[in-house]
Design a protein around this ligand. Structure first.
Ligand SMILES: Nc1ncnc2c1ncn2[C@@H]1O[C@H](COP(=O)(O)OP(=O)(O)OP(=O)(O)O)[C@@H](O)[C@H]1O
Ligand SMILES: [Mg+2]
Length: 338
């Protein structure tokens, strides 16, 4: 459905020197710098896939989405969406896609919401029958009727986002681009949003590309993720593979009845190699870090409790947030080659 081949996008920026002199100089000769926002990115997306496109602020996500939707032309490389080059044939491409930018709306600000829908119905030539059926479905998942007669400018953020997603789906597009669709939404609104995306994907095999900083969106919706860092794709694969690689670190922390003084060989007691466990002691607190594939929580707990009097115990697994934060910080992923 979507093919991106070696796409790059550079922006020209003019850097001025700091201070007043810099400002004056800046009028004459600001230094020209080229920023590669997207740098040689390639991927193929099949019909019906739901892709999570993640990366830190400024990584290049929105720029990629803008090229895929045809708003921006790549500096180099090629894109095909359902056989169409989006930035060359914007009109034909528009019939195939739905777009939601969480930061701004595509609806007519001063019109009652329902009128925006009527206009979109005409623009996309949606039949009366389809219109009725889709509005009913939107009502089911997004509950628009409570505010459908209000002007868009009076809607709350969550209501406006629900309206925006309905609007982007009115013509039943083959591809749906969502750039931070859950930004600023409360827990319930997020659930509704995710439900709507799921329903569309299941019912119509809509291909979805989603950027988000909310990793629950990703866990709930995406069967594949792309991670972009500094304009380059550093991971393309299943979320579960990253979890297997990074997610096996577990920590068990114990609070002991008395401060730990007799430094016994815990690795020996647990029958593992000393390098397989990380032991931290701070008076009455004892923390043991290990890989769950080598040791079980039950075994660690059992050994400690047999040797010490334990008053409290806590198990901490690496969660997806900290895995992803580690990947952003390291700027690389090493999943496949071990
Ligand atoms: N029109 C533009 N002119 C100049 N630079 C731009 C332009 N659009 C984006 N950039 C730069 O390109 C880089 C990537 O921006 P982009 O908006 O794609 O990031 P993003 O991954 O969507 O980040 P965020 O998570 O903050 O939305 C940034 O360094 C940004 O400053
Ligand atoms: Mg963005």
């Amino acid at each position: 459905m979507i093919e991106a081949k070696h796409i790059s996008k550079s922006f020209v920026k003019y850097e001025k020197e700091k201070g007043l002199i810099g400002m004056i100089k800046g009028f004459v000769n600001a230094k020209k710098v080229i920023k590669k926002a997207v740098d040689n990115v390639s991927f193929t997306i099949q019909e019906g896939e739901v892709i999570g496109y993640i990366g830190a602020n400024g990584a290049g996500k929105s720029t990629t989405i803008k090229m895929l939707t045809g708003i921006l032309t790549p500096t180099s490389g090629e894109i095909l969406v359902d056989g169409i080059i989006p930035y060359k044939d914007r009109v034909r491409n528009a019939r195939n896609i739905g777009v939601v930018f969480g930061q701004r709306t595509q609806l007519w600000w001063d019109l009652p919401l329902v009128e925006s829908f009527s206009i979109l119905k005409e623009i996309y030539q949606v039949s009366n029958e389809d219109y009725k059926a889709r509005m009913e479905m939107f009502e089911d998942v997004l509950q628009l009727s409570e505010f459908i007669k209000s002007p868009v400018r009076t809607l709350s953020l969550g209501q406006r986002m629900r309206a925006d997603i309905a609007a982007s789906l009115l013509h039943n597009p083959k591809v749906l681009y969502l750039d931070e669709p859950t930004i600023g939404l409360d827990v319930n609104a997020k659930l509704k949003m995710r439900q709507a995306i799921k329903t569309m994907n299941k019912t119509f095999k809509t291909t979805v590309i989603l950027t988000t900083h909310d990793l629950d969106d990703i866990e709930e919706l995406c069967n594949r993720i792309l991670i972009i860092d500094n304009g380059k794709i550093i991971y393309d694969g299943a979320l579960s593979d990253i979890k297997t690689k990074y997610g096996s670190d577990t920590k068990v922390s114990f609070v002991l009845k008395e401060a730990w003084t007799d430094f016994v060989d815990l690795a020996h007691l647990m029958e593992v190699d000393p390098k397989d466990i990380i032991v931290k002691v701070d008076e009455d607190k004892l923390e043991i870090g290990f890989d769950k594939r080598i040791l079980s929580v039950a075994h660690v707990a059992q050994v400690i409790m047999k040797n010490y009097e334990v008053t409290d115990l806590k198990i901490m697994e690496t969660d997806i947030e900290s895995i992803v934060s580690r990947i952003y910080n390291e700027g690389k992923v090493n999943v496949s080659n071990d």
